[in-house]
Design a protein around this ligand. Sequence first.
Ligand SMILES: *Cc1c(COP(=O)(O)O)cnc(C)c1O
Length: 243
Amino acid sequence: MDTVKNNLFIIHKRIKTACERANRDVNDVRLLLATKTVSAERIGFALECGESLIGENKVQELKEKEEKLTQYNCEKHYIGHLQTNKIKEALRYVTCIESIDRLDLVQKIDQRLQFEGRSIDILVQVNTSYEESKFGLDPINVIPFIKKISKYDTLRIKGLMTIGLFSTEEEKVRRCFRLLKKIQQQVIEENIMNVDMTQLSMGMSGDLEVAIDEGATIVRVGTAIFGERIYPDSYYWNEMGRS
Ligand SMILES: *Cc1c(COP(=O)(O)O)cnc(C)c1O
């Protein structure tokens, strides 16, 4: 547990240094703990260290950990691929879905929220690396998509999310984040009703500095806090993860 505490210290230092370098206010960047495969106990420890935002990729995991984390006042986001048959349950636990990437999903979320008489924050996921293995909208489809979904008043559109390219070549990774920022600007210029484009969720353990430099407001960090996971990320990120 000391390692989690120490890792959090290091991450906050990295965020602070990146903000200083980019001339940004450190309060404008939130740390989201990416907690897939991490036990409720270890998550609880991170929350005791002062963290307040977690993100899960699977509804099953959210559900299993929920009851063990009730004593903590923490915000939960959904950051994984969401199947339509899991919407009802996901909505029970999270305040924001960061992985909105298709219309049928939006329609079903809207139906459910209409029924419950409430609304939710969402981010639109964009595939900025153009990898087939990744979920998210093709960049050219983002504006038409947002125009369509802006008509659903159960959704509060807050911004965009992306998973950057996995590469040790910083320039290639940076290109992904810069593209997300550019799309954000283009959406803002469209002046679409009911659309708030303030949030950019991008950057993970290996590339959060670059993401902050390009404008991230949420960085999602797992490995650098909780250590390596036993499942490959493909289990969570692409078709293999559809159970
Ligand atoms: C796992 C995951 C992360 C965190 O990745 P790390 O490299 O472990 O920091 C961020 N975003 C999403 C969508 C994830 O699934």
